[in-house]
Ligand binder design. Structure first.
Ligand code: MD3
Ligand code: FE
Length: 215
């Protein structure tokens, strides 16, 4: 495992690092320009939206989905639906490059044949954050989760088996991919409030793709 932090020259090259038990960060695993282009038609069909949650507030971040199932919330529950509640139509199909990226990343972390049926697309603007939570609306926790960061840098936090008490935190850069499985699958986690990059004033958001096998 390359120790990229002590080596300035490898800082921008790919590396795989286990940053917590059963959590892998694949640094700069993918270029993001093609991913960004694929988002255009998805967002035309199923735009970013904030939704009501069971705690009576709207989600802090806007989101949408592609793939067979999409994660949504309402006043009563969180759930996966095979149609977008905004238009009552199936979610946009998952682009092949999304499927390939998710499968290749999972494989890199030791999980073969990962075939996600859902891609949650989260949009973080400056000031958006994601509080500590578990991902537990999926049928089978034996499947890993793969996530891809696009755009502005976020600070990701791992709380571990309980909702509070930060056990690890680290930055996620454009093109970084994370893979969570096995003992990490039900860990609490969150994302700190997004901050601007003064040297890149045109970069105003972070988009995160979360690939899951929900059914
Ligand atoms: C750790 N999204 O949508 S993805 C989420 O950056 C979510 O948008 C974050 O957490 C984001 O639920 C982080 C990384 C991630 C995804 C699933 C996990 C971390 C996870 C499941 C279990 C443990
Ligand atoms: Fe999550």
């Amino acid at each position: 495992m390359p120790n990229y932090q002590s080596d300035l020259f490898s800082a921008l090259s790919d590396s795989k690092e286990q940053i917590y038990p059963d959590v892998y960060r694949l640094s700069r695993f993918t270029k993001t320009d093609k991913l960004h282009k694929s988002l255009g038609p998805i967002l035309q069909h199923s735009p970013f939206r904030k939704m009501m949650t069971p705690n009576g507030h709207y989600t802090n971040i806007a989101f949408t989905n592609c793939g067979e199932y999409g994660w949504v919330s309402n006043k009563v529950r969180y759930q996966y639906l095979d149609k977008d509640p905004l238009n009552n139509q199936p979610w946009p199909p998952m682009p092949q490059i999304f499927k390939d990226l998710a499968a290749n990343a999972a494989l890199e972390a030791g999980y073969s044949h990962f075939m996600p049926d859902s891609c949650l697309i989260n949009q973080y603007l400056i000031g958006s954050k994601l509080g500590s939570h578990q991902d537990k609306n999926e049928k089978d926790f034996n499947h890993p989760i793969v996530s891809v960061s696009i755009g502005l840098t976020a600070i990701f936090q791992i709380y571990g088996k309980t909702r509070s008490g930060i056990k690890a935190q680290f930055p996620l850069y454009d093109g970084d991919v994370m893979v969570w499985g096995d003992s990490a699958r039900l860990m609490y986690h969150g994302v700190k409030s997004l901050t601007a990059a003064p040297l890149k004033p045109n970069l105003t958001q972070r988009v995160n793709l979360t690939f899951r096998k929900s059914h």
